[in-house]
Each structure stands twice: as C-alpha cells, then as structure tokens.
Design a protein around this ligand. Structure first.
Ligand code: CP
Ligand code: NVA
Length: 307
C-alpha cells in the first residue's frame, strides 16, 4: 500500500512527478475545473490538532476531484485513547478510500499506515509536515522556474516544518542554511538523516549569515502546537530571529519570503515583510490545494501516476 508519510520516502523522480502533476491540476482547475477522477471516493480526515489550511485544502481538493472528505475532530476519534490507533485504522479502512491524519506523536502516523488497508497521508505530526513541503516547493518552482541550486534560509525554530523542508531541499537539489538559537537547532539524528539525504546544510546562530545570498527566506512560529507551556521561555530567546525588513535587506533584492502559516505577526515575522512585495505567503497557502490534489490523485485514483 502506497502512503504519503514523509518526503524522504519518495525519490527525486517521484517528487518531481508530483510537482508536475500539481502544476497540471492547477492549470486544469483554472481552465474550468478538474476531471472527477476521485468520484465516489471519500477521504477520512483525523485531526488531533487545530487546522485551517490542511483541513480546508484537503476537503476542497477532494470536492474538486469529484470525491468527498469527512472531518473527524479531536473529540471524536481519540487516537490511542478511546480506541487503539491500529483499530481506528482498520475500522476507517472499511469506510473510506484514504486517510489523512494530523497528530502529535509521529508513531500514530506509522501505526495508522501499518494497519490501514487504504493510503495514509501525514497532515502534520510533531516530527514532520510533508504536505506543506510539497506546497513550498511548488511555490518556489513557480516563482523561479526551477529548484536545483537555489538557497533556502530558514530562520527560527527548527521544527516539523523545517525537517520536511530540509528533506525536500535535499531531494530537489536546493541548499539550506538554518539560523536558530542554541538549544533550538536540529538534533544530531536529524542532522545525520539530512546529511544522508545529501542536503548541503549550514547551521548557524546568526540570522544575518544564514540569509546572505539566499533566494528564499522561510520562517515559522516560535511556539508550535503542543509547546504552549514553553511560550514564555521561547519568547525570550527567539526575538533575534525575527524576519523583519532589516533582515530581509541582508538577503538579495530578488529574495522571496515564505511562511507555512499561521503567522504570529510581530513575533517571527513583521507585517511589512508578510504583506510586502517579496512575500509569497498567500500563493504558498493556496498551493496547499494544488500540491495535495497531486498527492490525492497519485494515491487514490485508479489511474496510478506513472513516474
Ligand atoms: N500550514 C498549515 O498546516 O496550516 P494549518 O495548521 O492551518 O493546517
Ligand atoms: N510548526 C507549526 C506548524 C503549523 C502548521 C506547528 O506544528 O504548530
């Protein structure tokens, strides 16, 4: 059974195939609508955490492709609490043709995939956010016309988003510089993992050094979902890592700014940058729809994508 659990599970050729399919589906939609290749199919969406983009873009993506989606809230499922994750996977597999899950513990994603008889999509865990990384790469590709050789500077907390972005940068031939305060950088295992994927990675505590020569500056919240008790401490250490106009000037005139959203304006990013001419934030958010349609078609349509 094919799933979409992490970027690193896919080869460069497969990921390039998904980006090409996303571009085609986006053009098809703009030209009047997508063909109903997922007619009669239902995606079960299991959420342990809140969401705007992931929930709406998967739901609307399924509708555009002729199918349906079912939102299952944290209160309803209780993965591993009301019922074991293995049982949830086996029960859902009898009703729906695909499962998308947003969880805290990444083991819940692996467990769903292990027991499910239908494709499972990782809609974010504490460890990774691969669907976001595909939308990010689609956005960068559309803007620059290519990906290979671009430099992505990530400024802020190294989290689930950073890890998937690093995997995608490795697969698509981008380099990455990551600026974070001591104690909030990639751990050894993640660095080894990205190194094995062949990522050209620079790790620094100096945000200005990281953005020098960058084509893309990327940031995300200082306080991810589930880290709320650390808010006070994090708000003390992260201010030097704010993406503001002063930092942006240290990059290049053509540098673009990305953020997976939700943004905490005035913390990791300022209004003039988020709303400025170098921001691609809302193109990036829209591209969740198109990138995920490609993933849905690849996993759930009877005409499997031929890479
Ligand atoms: N970027 C992202 O995944 O947004 P949501 O948390 O709103 O789904
Ligand atoms: N790192 C953030 C991403 C939100 C889409 C979080 O996990 O809360």
């Amino acid at each position: 059974m094919k799933h979409f659990l992490d970027i690193a599970d896919y080869s460069t050729a497969e990921l390039e195939g998904l980006i090409r399919l996303a571009v085609q589906l986006k053009q098809e939609w703009a030209a009047g609508g997508n063909r109903p290749v997922l007619a009669g199919k239902v995606l079960g969406m299991v959420f342990e955490k809140p969401s705007l983009r992931t929930r709406v873009s998967f739901d609307v993506g399924m509708l555009h492709l002729g199918g349906n989606a079912l939102y299952l809230s944290p209160a309803e499922i209780g993965l591993g609490k009301r019922e074991s994750t293995a049982d949830v996977a086996r029960v859902l597999s009898g009703y729906v043709q695909g499962i998308m899950a947003r969880v805290f513990d990444p083991e819940h994603i692996s467990e769903l995939a292990k027991w499910s008889r239908v494709p499972v999509i990782n809609g974010l865990s504490d460890a990774s956010h691969p669907c976001q990384a595909m939308a990010d790469m689609l956005t960068i590709y559309e803007h620059f016309g290519h990906l290979r050789g671009l430099k992505i500077a990530y400024v802020g907390d190294t989290n689930n988003v950073t890890k998937s972005l690093g995997e995608a940068a490795a697969r698509f031939g981008c380099s990455m510089s990551v600026a974070s305060p001591a104690g909030y950088q990639f751990d050894e295992d993640t660095r080894d993992h990205l190194d094995k994927l062949g990522l050209r990675l620079t790790v620094t505590e100096d945000a200005a050094f990281a953005v020098a020569g960058a084509d893309v500056i990327y940031t995300d919240t200082w306080i991810s979902m589930g880290q709320e008790t650390e808010s006070e401490q994090r708000r003390k250490v992260f201010p030097p890592y704010q993406v503001n106009e002063t930092l942006l000037k240290k990059a290049q005139p053509h540098t673009v700014v990305l953020h997976c959203l939700p943004a905490h304006r005035g913390e990791e990013i300022t209004d003039p940058v988020a709303d400025g001419p170098q921001s691609l934030l809302f193109e990036q958010a829209s591209n969740r729809l198109h990138a995920q349609k490609a993933i849905l078609v690849h996993l759930m349509s009877s005409n499997q994508l031929n890479f």
